[in-house]
Structure formats: structure tokens, C-alpha cells
Unconditional design. Structure first.
Length: 130
């Protein structure tokens, strides 16, 4: 789903930086509010931040990524283990989590596009009308 959303917004998902952007969207979606506040700034200023990204995937902070995700979905996934109701709870939880991720992904790309357009507008010289 993330790759499809990225493609709809014109992103090249074969690019290493775009794949990292998708990981940050995923992390943003399933983090606590404090971490979200940090990640929104990163996504909004992606073009500036992309130069400071890890050069290889193995250098990405996988531990923080996994902990944020784990902490967010603990209860939803734990309920899937309950006999009889687990399958129903799991179906609803997975649907809601997927919908949540999709909304965050679309808004992250919108935010990034708005920032790029604003930077373009700011960089063009406005000439007064005579």
C-alpha cells in the first residue's frame, strides 16, 4: 500500500531515499505523540534532511523503529490471541491499522509537496504589477 501511495504522488520507490521516506512514514504512523512531533519536522523538511540520511540500510535506526511500532500495536495484536474472538478482533484491528497508515502516508506526501511548492514560490522573485 505504501508503494502504491508513493507512486500516486509521483515518487520513485526504487530510489533509496524514497524507501527511507516510506520507513519514516511507517514510523510516524505508529509512534507516540512525542516521536510524531519529531518526525513531522523531518518529513516536512525532507529535501534538507535527505542529505543526512544513513548511507546504507544497515545504518538505519531499526531498534527505535521496531520499539515504536511494537508499543503502538501491543494491545490490538494481543487481543488476536484470545480464543473465539481473536479472529474478529484481528480483522478489525488490521483494517483500522491499515487505514491509519494510509491516511498518514497520504498526508505525509501532501505535506512534502506543499513544502516543495512553498520553497519554489519563495525562491521566485515577485515583480510588482505596473
Amino acid at each position: 500500500m505504501l508503494f502504491d501511495i508513493a507512486a500516486l504522488y509521483g515518487a520513485n520507490t526504487k530510489d533509496y531515499h524514497e524507501r527511507l521516506f516510506l520507513l519514516y512514514i511507517f514510523q510516524l504512523s505508529f509512534s507516540d505523540q512525542k516521536r510524531r512531533n519529531e518526525l513531522v519536522g523531518l518529513i516536512e523538511n525532507w529535501e534538507d534532511f535527505r542529505n543526512d540520511l544513513p548511507k546504507e540500510m544497515k545504518d538505519f535506526d531499526w531498534r527505535t523503529f521496531q520499539l515504536d511500532y511494537r508499543d503502538y500495536i501491543d494491545l490490538a495484536k494481543l487481543a488476536q490471541l484470545v480464543p473465539i474472538i481473536g479472529a474478529g478482533v484481528g480483522a478489525i484491528a488490521n483494517y483500522k491499522l491499515t487505514e491509519h497508515l494510509g491516511q498518514f502516508a497520504m498526508n505525509a506526501y501532501r505535506l512534502r509537496l506543499l513544502k516543495m511548492n512553498q520553497d519554489h514560490i519563495d525562491s521566485t522573485e515577485v515583480k510588482p504589477i505596473k
